[in-house]
Write a protein that binds this ligand. Structure first.
Ligand code: DO4
Ligand code: MG
Length: 282
């Protein structure tokens, strides 16, 4: 079952039949345990809508925090060790990959998050930029994993590689997180064979393609959630990006107008176009 946040309210989709939910806020509607069972019984009382306009889809977020996990796949460990070697930071990635405590970092709130068919930014003071395609957990305030979405953890490799202490600047800026198109709510945990796929198009030509099964991840989802919830409360639930297992080759960097298409199994495709930040109007 898929749940979309749209400009016209919340829409539930089951087997391509769409139902609109009236007078509910995203925060209260989504932050429930046993969400799959609740939605299954709720749609029985709803009339299907005749047409779903995909141009109304927004990022599936309101008051939630987005957190992210790091170095959960061997590919991320290797790429980061290489990029930070000169700065002497390589050994930290090596250690965190094997440590009991995972790397978890705060990524964004709704104000820095974009949905599908929207722009993500690269920094003007960065020379080396990549998208990070990540399976993203939807977690209730009780710490239960209730669904999944597609996440794009936009990252500056040149800034992180210069010094691991620059991580917040490499990861957090306007439009640094892509999320969507929907939350895929499941009865049981997502199939480990599910593939993450990313395609980057430049002037309509494919300049990068990568794929990885989520089973390549070193850590369990429940383990990441347990660490995140140890000392943090999330009254509206939260999102947790689970780390990247796909890193483009070292000679690749994003350019304005590149189109990033990330597909994860049954969840769908998150499409973002790359841009520089516009001048602030504040
Ligand atoms: O260690 C820095 C961030 C790692 C990360 O974002 C990832 O592995 O996906
Ligand atoms: Mg990442």
């Amino acid at each position: 079952m898929k749940v979309y946040k749209t400009t016209k309210g919340i829409v539930i989709a089951e087997n391509d039949v769409f139902y609109r939910v009236d007078s509910e806020s995203w925060d209260t509607f989504m932050n429930r345990t046993h969400l799959f069972q609740r939605l299954t019984s709720e749609i029985k009382n709803l009339e299907p809508i005749s047409r779903f306009d995909s141009s109304t889809i927004m990022a599936p977020i309101e008051s939630q925090e987005i957190w992210a996990s790091g170095v959960t796949y061997m590919r991320s460990r290797e790429a980061r060790m290489e990029e930070s070697k000169k700065a002497g930071g390589d050994t930290f990635y090596d250690k965190v990959y094997d440590a009991e405590r995972p790397e978890l970092f705060f990524k964004a709130l709704a104000n820095r998050t974009v949905g599908t068919n929207d722009y993500v930014n690269i920094r003007k003071d960065s020379k080396w930029d990549v998208p990070e395609p990540e399976l993203t957990l939807w977690i209730s305030s009780k710490g239960t994993i209730e669904g999944y979405t597609v996440g794009n953890d936009m990252s500056s490799r040149s800034i992180e590689g210069e010094n691991p202490l620059y991580l917040p600047q490499a990861k957090m800026f306007e439009r640094c997180a892509g999320l969507g198109p929907c939350v895929y709510v499941t009865e049981s945990p997502i199939d480990p064979k599910t593939k993450i796929e990313i395609e980057i198009l430049r002037e309509n030509k494919q300049v990068f393609y990568g794929t990885v099964p989520i089973s390549n991840m070193k850590r369990r989802h429940a383990e990441l959630v347990e660490f995140l919830f140890r000392e943090c409360d999330f009254p509206y639930g939260c999102y947790l990006m689970t780390g990247t297992g796909i890193v483009p080759p070292d000679d690749f960097t994003l350019q304005p107008n590149d189109e990033i298409r990330i597909t994860i199994g049954h969840i769908g495709t998150l499409v973002n176009t790359v841009a520089y930040k516009l001048e602030s109007s504040i």
